[in-house]
Structures are given as C-alpha cells and as structure tokens.
Design a protein around this ligand. Structure first.
Ligand SMILES: NC(=[NH2+])NCCC[C@H](N)C(=O)O
Length: 304
C-alpha cells in the first residue's frame, strides 16, 4: 500500500475508521479534556456504547458503498478509540505519528497492525517538544493549514493540542508548500466559546470550497486569509449554534460526495442544491457528544 493524501476531498481509497466498542466507563468531569465532553458529562448525557457503535456502523456502510477500503484500529479495552484522526496523519506519502495529549496516549498502540500494512512507506515520529493532533492539520494541495494556540498560556488549556514548534518543523520539512497557521479560540469547559481542533471550525469541500466558522479564529485576519484564498462565494459560513454541533466536521469521499449529519439541514441543502454535491446524511449526534464528528473519526491513508 502506497500512502497518498494531498487534500481533504480527492477520491478516497483507504481510510481508518475509529471504533466505539468497550470504550470504558463514563469519565468524571475532571477526566474530560475537551469542552463538549465536559458539558456532556455535566449534563449526565454521555452516550451509550450501543448508539455509538450503530452510528459508526452506519458511517462504515456509506464508505463501503463507495468502494472505500475501511480499516479499524485493534481493540484496546477501556480506551476511547472513536477519534482516529488525531493519532497520526498522512501528508503526501509520509505518515506522521502525532504527539497527542497524554490522556489519549494509550490509543497509539492500536495502530501497530495498520502501520505493519504500510511498512516501507515513510513513517516519522516527532520530537517530544512538538505537539500536534491530526484534527489541526488540514491539507489543501500546495497549502498545509494548521490550527494552533501560540499564546503564553498554551499549557493552561487541555484543548490546546498543537504548538508552534510543529508549524516550524513542518515548514522546514515541506519547503515547497505554503504552511499557514491559525490560532484558535480555546475554552476547556464551554463548547460555544472554544474550538478544539481546526477541523471543528473550518474544512475544505469540493474542489475549491470550504465550510467555516468565523468566530473560531482568535484573530480575524486569519479568517480573512482564508476568505482571500477561497473567495467569499466559495465559503459556507456556519453560525455559533451550527459550530456547536460540529457542522464544519463533515467528511468527503470525493470532490462531489460528502458525508454529513442528518440534522445539518442548512448545510446539506447548500451542498446539494447550491454546490451540486451528493450528500450522504447519517446519524452521528451521539458521537458529537464526545467532542468530535465525522472527520475526527477517520484517518485517510490513500486518496486518488
Ligand atoms: N479531530 C478532532 N476534532 N477530534 C476530536 C477529539 C475529541 C476528543 N474528545 C479529544 O478531546 O481529544
């Protein structure tokens, strides 16, 4: 298998999809590490395994319908393995193993068998001072967009996952790409006020379009940079409420095929009727209660 990912939307061939069986006990408030999970636990609304498994099975069958090969991480009991995205990511033909938040360190082992499958490809482990999670890395051909929090209180936030050291590293590693980083608003307990990863506030779809939540960016000039790159008419701006439900976090199977959540009616209508895409809608609301959605639960290995 030859790894290849250069953007978010080229035709998908092979993907890892997380898993929801034996995810472990409901976390306590202190054990949560993102604002949405904090709120879910606070409201005594943590999703049950059966519903999570059903939602991921529905996602898997849509992927298979389009002939995508779907791999699953091996099962580690009592570890939440839903969000494959963050553990590692492919840029071009190289796999990067993330340095994720220590609370999630155990998840990495579950990818050993998958790494075995793509042995022979470049696999890179990052220095220990470089923090990154795949949700903060978004590829757009010659561009690499990185969600960061480059502020003095970085260490105070459990939701600050990617640092400027990663940006510097990736600039040096890919001198021919345009690497742009965007500081995101952070809040560990209020999901309306903070953005966990870049893919919770922005994501390209189609050939030259994107979904975006303006107020997720710490600096308005960063939002403007993206307006300049994509053009105003090619952006679908979501509201605060839509951001809260993780509307930017859809997942593309191809430039014209997007998997989204059933409840995203305004977005789905736009994708289908204004941008002419095929929209596959599934139930994924229980997954969202743990702070991620469709993109977060996948790790693409090969796009055409
Ligand atoms: N790519 C993403 N946005 N992933 C969401 C991960 C959510 C998970 N609860 C965490 O805090 O790490």
């Amino acid at each position: 298998m030859k790894l290849n990912v250069k953007n978010e939307t080229a035709q998908l061939k092979v993907v890892v999809l997380g898993r929801a069986e034996l995810n472990g006990a409901i976390p306590t408030l202190e054990e949560t590490f993102d604002a949405k999970s904090y709120e879910t636990v606070f409201n005594n609304d943590f999703p049950i395994e059966e519903d999570l498994v059903d939602e991921m099975t529905e996602f898997e069958s849509v992927l298979k319908k389009y002939d995508v090969e779907v791999l699953r991480p091996s099962l580690i009991e009592n570890v939440n393995q839903v969000f494959s995205r963050d553990v590692g990511f492919v840029i071009d033909d190289e796999f990067f193993v993330s340095n994720i938040i220590p609370d999630r360190a155990e998840e990495g082992k579950a990818y050993d068998q998958i790494k075995e499958k793509f042995k022979g490809n470049k696999i890179t482990y990052l220095d220990e001072n470089i923090y990154v999670e795949g949700g903060d890395v978004i590829l757009y051909n010659d561009y690499i967009f990185v969600g960061t929090y480059n502020q003095p209180d970085f260490k105070n936030y459990k939701t600050g996952r990617t640092n400027i050291q990663f940006v510097n590293y990736i600039k040096e590693k890919f001198p021919n790409k345009k690497v742009l980083n965007f500081d995101l608003k952070k809040h560990d307990t209020n999901p309306y006020e903070g953005i966990l990863h870049l893919d919770c506030t922005f994501q390209p779809v189609g050939k030259d379009k994107a979904i975006i939540y303006k107020d997720g960016f710490l600096f308005e000039k960063d939002f403007q940079t993206l307006v300049d790159i994509f053009g105003k008419d090619n952006l679908f701006e979501v509201t605060k409420e839509e951001m809260y439900w993780m509307t930017p976090n859809v997942f593309s199977i191809a430039e014209d095929i997007v998997v989204t959540e059933k409840n995203f009616t305004r977005l789905n209508d736009h994708l289908q009727n204004v941008w002419g895409m095929t929209v596959e809608t599934i139930n994924y609301r229980n997954i969202s209660k743990m702070g991620g959605l469709l993109r977060c639960s996948t790790m693409p290995l090969i796009r055409k």
